[in-house]
Design a binder for this molecule. Sequence first.
Ligand code: BTN
Length: 322
Amino acid sequence: MKNKILSILLSSDGYVSGQSLAEQLGVSRQAIWKGMNSLKENGYEISSTPNKGYRLVSAPGFLNAEAVKSHLNTKLIGREMIVLDSVGSTNDYLKELGNNGCREGVVVAAREQTKGKGRLGRVWQTKRDENISFSLLLRPRTAPGGVAAVTPLAGLAICKALRDTTGLDCKIKWPNDIIVGKKKLVGILTEMTAEFDAVEYIIIGIGVNVDQAVFPEEIEYKATSILLETGRHYDKNRLLAKFLDRLEGELTRNDLRLSQTALREYSDLCATIGRNITFTRGTRRISGMAVGVAENGELKVMLSDGTVCSVYSGEVTVQGIY
Ligand code: BTN
């Protein structure tokens, strides 16, 4: 009931009378009153004025599935959405759903992760309601080799969405961190479950630092948030809807490939290109200059002898960033 009331309140500019709500939903005034209380308990601010009715003053500052959906323009991504109060990792939660055959496009977000995962086995730790943590499941009909572009496309989508919404000069640190200046704003962890010749599903897990005012000392030099960069609190529900819109746009427009347009846009926004980098190959650390990104998402690096090699995964340290 509360979701139906909410969608009427969200779609109307001003007050809606209790009588009108009850008639539209075919329930009693008492049921409407109960629904309103439940919405207030969930963080919605609703003003009620005699003879006028109810008006939505503000949505909760924390993530909420109905609020995200009310801003969403996608056809598939996020149409089925779960927002959890607290979870170990949204990637792991969605993996369970994937194993049980959930549909493509399902999104799981959480106000808090207690075992958030980063790349290369690292921990991704954030406090409750400070960041947007979400995961998205796709079922591309292809062999594992055909999905290499998914992570760069996701990075491109999030980078563009953040530039549009916040005006920040966000860049991509290859392969998939979004940075502002020299500090990280977004991390992406893509995981895949596949057979030898067919992908079962991919999970794209994204963590965006939104409201952190301070970071722990050990990462302070390399982490930042939208709040620290803009001095503003952004509505997380609107932001998440924007990310999902952009993700669907980039993934479908480019048919999951790094098309020429996507490659150009990615390269223009890639802070790694043109810098000296160091990467790991086996046990060796190798240095060179990043000169471009290939169609399969690999980083092209020119070594000191002039040869160009491809770097496809692992740890890259970019001089002057982190
Ligand atoms: C990284 O930069 O190392 C990747 C960080 C990815 C964090 C996100 S938050 C949502 C999703 N769930 C996880 O456990 N990890 C990803």
